[in-house]
Every structure is written in structure tokens, then in C-alpha cells.
Write a protein that binds this ligand. Structure first.
Ligand code: DGP
Length: 134
């Protein structure tokens, strides 16, 4: 087996608290204990991050993200969710198996789930020129 924590969770070698599962994806509690209800959604197949995923995988992962998020809203008393995702070590990815974090939110819960960026260094027009795809 590949030496990946999340592959071991998929295989049942490492226990996890499963929230939802289907043929292609798994949603389980994140062990970080950083915020109430922190959930991860992963593809069962080992793919490092979004750069490696084919459209079918992205589709199935995002469908599970939506299914779990709607469950949080309809059945668990939450009002919204933040979705967080890091791709590559440069972006802060610590587990090299693609995953989306779901952070359940309630009105006025005062959770800071959005980065406090320090401000852009470059003019938006020069950034647009360097980033545009056509
Ligand atoms: P990231 O830094 O975006 O790659 O997030 C990785 C997350 O994985 C982090 O929030 C903690 C979580 N995590 C790491 N090891 C385990 C584990 O063994 N079980 C569970 N449930 N979560 C884990």
C-alpha cells in the first residue's frame, strides 16, 4: 500500500470518523481539533492534489462536498460552510492526498476562516497582463 495517511484511512488501516462514503469519495472528521465540525472530503484514489485530478474525480469530490454541506445545513443546524483547499507544499498542503476542508459556519459565530491577507504588492493591471490566458 502507498505510504499515505489518507490511503490508509480509505483502506481502514487507520481508523476514521466517517461522515459519508460512496464508491469514489470519503468524508471524515479532521483530527486537527481546531474548529468544531472540521470535515475532510477526499477521493478514494490516491491523487496528490488538484493538478493530478481528472474531471471525473473533481466532479465526484465536489458532489460529495455539496452533499455533506447540505446535510450540515439541513440536518445539523449550520447556516453556511467555508471550503478550504491547499495544493502543493508552497500553498500549505501538509497531507499529499487531494482533500477539501469543510468548515461549518453559523451566523455570527466569529470563526476566522478566511485569510487576513496583508495587501497586494502589485498593480491589478500588471497582474492581469501577466495572468490572463487569452
Ligand atoms: P492540509 O494542511 O490542507 O494538507 O490538511 C491536512 C489535514 O489533515 C489537517 O487539517 C489535519 C488532517 N489530518 C492529518 N492526519 C490525519 C489523520 O490521521 N486523520 C484525520 N482524520 N485527519 C488527519
Amino acid at each position: 500500500m502507498c505510504d499515505c495517511i489518507f490511503c490508509k484511512i480509505v483502506a481502514g488501516v487507520i481508523p476514521s470518523m466517517k461522515i459519508y462514503e460512496d464508491d469514489d469519495t470519503l468524508a471524515f472528521m479532521d483530527v486537527a481539533k481546531d474548529v468544531d465540525g472540521h470535515i475532510l472530503v477526499i477521493p478514494k484514489k490516491h491523487l496528490k492534489n488538484i493538478f493530478d485530478c481528472k474531471p471525473d474525480t473533481l466532479n465526484s469530490v465536489m458532489q460529495t462536498v455539496q452533499t455533506v454541506s447540505l446535510h450540515l445545513i439541513k440536518n445539523c443546524g449550520y447556516d453556511g460552510v467555508n471550503l478550504l483547499n491547499a495544493n502543493d507544499e508552497s500553498a500549505g498542503q501538509s497531507v499529499p492526498h487531494f482533500h477539501i476542508h469543510i468548515i461549518p459556519r453559523k451566523d455570527n459565530d466569529e470563526i476566522n476562516a478566511w485569510p487576513n491577507f496583508e495587501g497586494a504588492n502589485n498593480d491589478i493591471n500588471s497582474m492581469f497582463e501577466s495572468l490572463k490566458m487569452y
